[in-house]
Ligand binder design. Structure first.
Ligand code: XIL
Length: 369
């Protein structure tokens, strides 16, 4: 007995240590490496590698990156004759250094436009802008940026075309033009149409019609990006599945490009991700400012598990799943659609610790083996 006790202690310690270290070395990107890329959107600070802990978490967990903001037109093309590539150069260099899949977000989008672009109403001027903007940016990163959101959010929720500055100046031809210009600048880059709510039936029908039209007119569309700014209860797994099947039937890849799940009350049952919608806050709208209750933490983990279970079922159709942020503290959902709330939408918490949601995503793969 005397000898057995220390022996048992040693074995238990060894087991605990090896289990813990196994858990700590497992990562989303490694566990899903044969299925699809696992990405994260990086903030400007993360691109500048300001926090070493965040930086090592990014390298450990993700093999695809998107710039959350710095490649939007107001930052890359602030004036007609001025481009600013300082941060996008850093973003691309770091992706290359870490052998990551690099996604460009975004070329033609009505939001976060430079003020000078908003003023363009003339068709000749708009045509010249699009040619210069797309050609300059895509050629600069030719062979280095793997895929592009060529057009972002061109649709209304009912599936009709959004009355954007581009549509007003050029009519719907701007869509195929954008894809043609991008293909010309980098024939090998994968070109995506990206939008929110396009897993909902009406908007999905609009997106399918739009992609078909662009292709019929000679544009190259390689994939659709379903943003995936979702809620605990919706959209249903059935609608997401129908979307994967219907989009991939067009012969294109399906990516989930901006995944996050809000756990907070939604003003007016708001769906989607229109960045221009803003609401006044009140304490009722920010119920978990101190801590996320265990019951909601569990719901979030279950929601992520059911979503990733579906993604695995259709892994042959899915190219990439990117979270919109690395960890909760950084999420745009702390400030949208109401400023200054505390949300919990991602698999890593405010202290960079992995949450039950993370474990539930990893566990699905263990169950597969
Ligand atoms: C968001 C960013 O996360 C915020 O930091 C910014 O203030 C507004 O834009 N759809 C998109 C993304 O395509 O670019 C948006 O990102 C979220 C909705």
């Amino acid at each position: 007995m005397k000898f057995i006790k220390p022996y048992l202690f040693a074995v238990t310690t060894l087991l605990t240590v090896s289990c813990t270290s196994q858990k700590e070395t497992a990562s989303l990107k490694d566990v899903y490496k044969n299925d699809f890329y696992i990405g994260a959107a990086l903030s400007a600070d993360q691109i500048e590698q300001k926090d070493i802990k965040v930086d090592s978490l990014i390298k450990k967990e993700f093999n695809a990156i998107t710039a959350e903001n710095i490649m939007k037109s107001m930052f890359t093309h602030p004036q007609k004759d001025k481009y600013d590539f300082v941060l996008s150069d850093k973003f691309v260099e770091s992706g290359e250094k870490n052998k990551m899949f690099i996604h460009g977000h975004t070329l033609i989008w009505h939001s976060q436009l430079a003020p000078w672009m908003e003023k363009i109403t003339d068709s000749t001027e708009m045509k010249a802008f699009m040619k210069d903007h797309i050609t300059t940016i895509v050629s600069k990163y030719k062979g280095r940026i793997n895929s592009w959101d060529v057009v972002n959010e061109a649709l209304n929720d009912d599936g009709t075309l959004r009355q954007s500055v581009f549509l007003k100046a050029l009519g719907e031809k701007y869509l195929v033009d954008a894809f043609k210009l991008a293909e010309k600048a980098d024939p090998k880059a994968e070109l995506y149409y990206n939008d929110y709510n396009i897993e909902e039936p009406a908007k999905r029908a609009g997106a399918i019609a739009l992609i078909k039209r662009i292709k019929a007119e000679g544009g190259k569309v390689d994939g659709v990006g379903i943003q995936g700014h979702w809620r605990l209860q919706s959209p249903s797994i059935e609608e997401i599945e129908k979307s994967i099947l219907e989009y991939s039937a067009l012969g294109i890849k399906v990516a989930f490009t901006e995944l996050d799940i809000t756990v907070l009350p939604n003003p007016w049952d708001l769906k989607g991700a229109d960045v221009n919608q803003k609401f006044e806050g009140n304490p009722k709208m920010n119920p978990y400012s101190e801590k996320l209750p265990d019951s909601i933490q569990t719901k979030l983990a279950e929601r992520y598990a059911s979503i990733f279970k579906l993604f695995l079922k259709h892994k042959d159709k899915i190219s990439r799943v990117t979270f919109w942020g690395v960890y909760d503290g950084q999420s745009w959902l702390n400030d949208w659609p109401i400023k200054g709330r505390t949300n919990y939408p991602l698999p890593f918490d405010v202290n960079l610790k992995h949450k039950p949601a993370y474990d539930s995503i990893l566990k699905l793969k263990n169950a597969e083996e």
